[in-house]
Design a protein around this ligand. Structure first.
Ligand SMILES: [Mg+2]
Length: 404
């Protein structure tokens, strides 16, 4: 059966939010990120791109390339609020949708054409989001996620594009291979060295040749170039969470020990978030006392996956929660309200060194295991990282969906 999949993506999201809050910034070159010289560009307006500026670049270099740009320190809390506003509008209207990142959504509209006409329906949804939030958003509509995502990118800025069923290959053929989601700098270079520039060339190549060059990624890439993609829209649920807990062999009242275990748990779950390109906006601590009474306390926070934001927040919750001065039998933490996204959102008050530190630590963990690098304060904690879910019994979603 032919599907109808909608991809919605807010245009230069952080930049648009800043302009929504201060209209003087409209049409001006704008950089959002860490404002010190060692800061990093988290988002930049279209006006700055002609100067060679891109996100992830050091703020210092961006300022040199585009000295006339206005530089704004981003605010994760504000972006989280706007992201939720858009989510609420979609949620009220669309039965099956996926929030794939803080500013990106997929919706499965299969079957709705009989009643509404999918394109009309999507157009009206887009208009409503623009009207109610004041934020520009683009969409692509096609038979699958990949083609729709590419269509959205071709439609931008602030526009929409429909690819009729059967025309996927034709639509993709003239585009650069760069436009295929998953083609980063390295793959692009490999393909260029083979003399491949446009998607058409991959379409005409035998599958085996792609496999030879890129292994199993070659198969995915070849399929995507043909406009073939069967990945489903994964329903969004705010309850989705990851969590970890520990039951003590002997009940304890040692607060230092409890705190160092919480720290190790936070560090480990934050790493799981980053590994799955996820952010959390609701964190909770759970304590079970020796009398089996169990208490949880949660806190809504701006989207993050950064240790240095999560650790103090978890400690704060623990301080408020741990007040019975009884022996503790079990403690645990949970991150929920997950959305896709990388930790650039926390770079507004940080600098390149912090980003590089996270990258370096995570690389070691990817290679040697998740306890190969630890904060000194968490080294006393021995057995965290068993991902049972004390809250709802569901498997950890981050591990299940890592690297989509
Ligand atoms: Mg976007």
């Amino acid at each position: 059966m032919t599907k109808t999949v909608l991809h919605l993506d807010l245009d230069t999201f952080y930049v648009s939010v800043e302009r929504r809050l201060d209209t003087r910034l409209l049409h001006r070159p704008l950089l959002v990120g860490g404002i010190s010289d060692r800061g990093v560009v988290a988002a930049c307006s279209y006006e700055t791109r002609a100067f060679g500026v891109h996100s992830g670049m050091s703020m210092k270099l961006a300022r040199q390339l585009c000295p006339q740009a206005t530089v704004i320190r981003g605010d994760a809390g504000t972006y989280t609020k706007f992201s939720k506003e858009v989510t609420d509008i979609i949620k009220a209207d669309v039965p099956l949708f996926e929030k794939s990142s803080i500013d990106e959504f997929y919706a499965d509209l299969t079957g709705m054409d009989r009643f509404f006409g999918c394109y009309k329906y999507a157009s009206e949804l887009r208009k409503r989001i623009i009207r109610e939030t004041g934020l520009p958003i683009s969409f692509g509509l096609s038979v699958n996620k990949i083609v729709s995502k590419v269509a959205t990118n071709e439609a931008k800025p602030n526009n929409q594009l429909k690819i009729d069923s059967g025309f996927e290959k034709e639509f993709l053929a003239p585009l650069s291979v760069r436009k295929i989601p998953m083609v980063g700098d390295k793959t692009y270079q490999t393909l260029r060295n083979l003399g491949v520039r446009n998607i058409r060339t991959i379409q005409e190549m035998p599958l085996e040749m792609m496999q030879k060059v890129l292994g199993s990624n070659g198969t995915t890439l070849w399929n995507r170039a043909q406009g073939i993609d069967h990945t489903p829209v994964i329903p969004y649920s705010e309850r989705k969470s990851i969590s970890t807990e520990r039951t003590f062999d002997r009940d304890t009242i040692d607060v230092n020990k409890l705190q160092s275990i919480l720290l190790a748990m936070t560090e480990n779950l934050a790493y799981q978030l980053r590994r799955g390109d996820k952010l959390t906006s609701c964190i909770a601590v759970k304590i079970r006392y020796s009398d089996f009474n169990t208490y949880t306390r949660q806190l809504k926070i701006p989207y993050t996956s950064a240790d240095h934001v999560l650790i103090p927040a978890i400690q704060e919750i623990f301080k408020k929660l741990y007040n019975r001065r009884l022996l503790v039998r079990l403690i645990g933490i949970r991150f929920s309200d997950l959305a896709g996204g990388n930790y650039q959102i926390n770079l507004f008050d940080d600098n390149e060194e912090v980003l590089q530190l996270y990258n370096a630590m995570d690389k070691i963990r990817n290679r040697y295991g998740d306890r190969s690098v630890l904060r000194a304060a968490s080294m006393g904690a021995k057995t965290i990282g068993r991902f049972t879910n004390p809250f709802n019994g569901e498997p950890p979603v981050v591990l299940a969906h890592r690297k989509q």
